[in-house]
Design a protein around this ligand. Structure first.
Ligand code: NAD
Length: 419
C-alpha cells in the first residue's frame, strides 16, 4: 500500500510487473524502476466569481530524472487523484524511452471541472498551480504540457507566471504553447496526426486498405477530433462513429465530419449535433469497424467488453484505455492488432520535445520539418515494437513496454546508485 494505490496506478503496476517478469528483472531492482522519484501535492486557494474562496487540490508526479528532465501533461479533471497522476507519469517514462527522447515521465493536474469554471477562475487556478510548482520545475528538471482539460491558453498562463518570477521570458518551461509565444508548428495536431500515421502502418500489417476502411473514435477533444479528421481526410477512411462525454453518434454509411467540425467549433461539444445517428455511448465501442480509436480516458476497454469489440485495429489514442484483464481477452482472441498507448499517442510528446529543443536553440522549424521528423521517429518506434513483438512472441504492448523499461533500466545501471 502506497499513496498511489488505486485502480489506475494498480493497472500501471500490473503492466510493469508483467514486463519485469518477461525481462527477468530481479525483484530488488523493480521498485526503483516503478515508484516515482517525487510527488508534490498542493492546495490552490482561488477567489471564485460568487465571492467565496474555494480550495482545489493540485498534484505533480515526477517519475524519474535518470535520462534528463521529466516531461508530461497537466490534467484538469474533477476526479483526479495522485494515483492516477502517478500512473500517467509512469506511462510517460516508458513512452519517452521507447521514442528515444532524453526525458523521464511526469504528469500533473488539478482536481477541478474546467467546464464549470469561468475564464477568470480557470486563469486563477492555472496561475496559482504554476506558482506553487515553481520550486520543483525548470526547463532542466520538469517541463509541463497540456492534457485533458487544459490547452494552449493554460500553457500560456503557466509560461507567463513562471517567466514573471524569473524576470525574463522562459518559453522552454512548457510545451503546447501558442506558436506566438514560442510554441511549435504542428504541436496541436501532433498526437492525432501520429495516431493516424500509425493506424495507416498497422493497416499495412493486417492487410486493410485504409481508403476502404471504417473507423470509430471515442473522445472528440484534441486527440480524438484530429485523429478523426486525419484518418478521413489524409487516409480516406470512413468515420462511422464518434463520441464525447455529452453524446455518441453512429452511422454505418459514414458521418459528415465537416458538419460535426462546424458544430463542435460553435458549441464545444457533440451534444445536439443530430437527433438521428444517436447511439448509447456504452455500445459505440462494440459496433463493427476496422479501426477503433479510444481517445478519451482510462479503463474503457475492460474484461467485460473486450470480447465484444468488432475492430481489426485498436489504436490507443488515450492513455491507459485498456485494462490488463481486457489485454488478456484480446491476446486470447488474437484477431485485434493493438497499437499500445505508449506508442500510439507518442506523437504529442515527440513534438513537445521538438518544441523544447527549438525554444532552447531559439531556432524554429517549418511545419513540414516538424511533421517529417515526427513520422520518422514514429516509424522507427513502430518497426522496433513490431519486430520485438514477433521476435519475443509477445503482445505489442509487452514489446513496447519491454523496450521502454529496458532502456530506463540500462540508463540506471550505467549511472549507478548515488551515493
Ligand atoms: P481533451 O480534453 O482535449 O478531450 C477529451 C475528450 O474526451 C473530450 O471530447 C471529452 O468530452 C471526451 N470524454 C471524456 N470522458 C469521456 C467518456 N467517458 N466517453 C466519451 N468521451 C469522453 O483531451 P485530449 O488532450 O484529447 O486527451 C485525450 C486522451 O489522450 C487522454 O487520455 C490524454 O492523456 C491522451 N493524450 C493526450 C495528448 C495530447 O497531446 N493532448 C498526448 C498523449 C495522450
Amino acid at each position: 500500500m502506497t499513496i498511489y494505490t488505486g485502480p489506475v496506478f494498480d493497472m500501471a503496476r500490473t503492466q510493469f510487473e508483467a514486463t519485469a517478469d518477461h525481462l527477468e528483472i530481479p525483484l530488488d531492482d523493480r521498485k526503483r524502476l516503478l515508484y516515482p522519484k517525487r510527488a508534490i501535492s498542493v492546495s490552490i486557494p482561488v477567489h471564485m466569481d460568487d465571492g467565496l474562496t474555494e480550495v482545489f487540490q493540485g498534484y505533480r508526479v515526477q517519475h524519474h530524472l535518470t535520462l534528463g528532465p521529466t516531461k508530461g501533461g497537466t490534467r484538469f479533471s474533477p476526479t483526479l487523484d495522485v494515483g492516477e497522476v502517478a500512473a500517467l507519469a509512469v506511462w510517460m517514462s516508458w513512452k519517452c524511452a521507447l521514442a528515444g527522447l532524453p526525458y523521464g515521465g511526469a504528469k500533473g493536474g488539478v482536481a477541478c471541472n474546467p467546464s464549470s469554471l469561468s475564464r477568470r477562475e480557470l486563469e486563477a487556478i492555472s496561475r496559482r498551480y504554476m506558482q506553487e510548482m515553481i520550486p520543483f520545475v525548470s526547463p532542466q528538471t520538469d517541463v509541463m504540457a497540456p492534457d485533458m482539460g487544459t490547452n494552449e491558453q493554460v500553457m500560456a498562463w503557466f509560461m507567463d507566471t513562471y517567466s514573471m518570477h524569473q524576470g525574463h521570458a522562459v518559453s522552454e518551461i512548457v510545451t503546447g504553447k501558442p506558436v506566438a509565444l514560442g510554441g511549435t508548428e504542428g504541436r496541436r495536431e501532433a498526437t492525432g496526426r501520429g495516431v493516424s500515421f500509425l493506424v495507416n502502418e498497422a493497416c499495412k500489417v493486417v492487410g486493410i486498405q485504409p481508403s476502404k476502411a471504417t473507423a470509430i473514435i471515442q473522445g472528440f477533444g484534441n486527440v480524438g477530433s484530429i485523429s478523426a479528421y486525419t484518418l478521413a481526410r489524409r487516409y480516406g477512411m470512413r468515420v462511422v462513429g464518434v463520441s464525447d462525454h455529452t453524446a455518441a453518434y453512429y452511422d454505418p454509411a459514414g458521418l459528415p465530419l465537416d458538419g460535426i467540425e462546424q458544430h463542435v467549433a460553435r458549441h464545444g461539444v457533440l451534444a445536439s449535433w443530430s437527433n438521428e445517428a444517436v447511439i448509447d455511448p456504452a455500445i459505440l465501442l462494440e459496433q463493427p469497424c476496422d479501426v477503433l480509436v479510444p481517445a478519451a480516458t482510462e479503463q474503457v476497454i475492460t474484461g467485460a467488453n473486450a470480447g465484444r469489440l468488432r475492430c481489426r485495429v485498436l489504436a490507443e489514442g488515450a492513455n491507459g484505455p485498456t485494462t490488463p484483464e481486457a489485454d488478456t481477452v484480446l491476446s486470447g482472441r488474437g484477431d485485434v492488432f493493438v497499437i499500445p498507448d505508449i506508442l500510439c499517442n507518442a506523437g504529442g510528446v515527440i513534438v513537445s520535445y521538438f518544441e523544447w529543443v527549438q525554444d532552447l536553440q531559439r531556432l524554429f522549424w517549418t511545419e513540414s520539418e516538424v511533421n517529417d521528423r515526427l513520422e520518422r521517429l514514429l516509424l522507427q518506434a513502430f518497426n522496433l515494437v513490431t519486430r520485438r513483438s514477433d521476435g519475443d512472441r509477445v503482445s505489442m504492448r509487452m514489446a513496447a513496454m519491454a523496450i521502454g523499461v529496458g532502456r530506463l533500466r540500462a540508463g540506471k545501471q550505467m549511472r549507478g546508485l548515488f551515493p
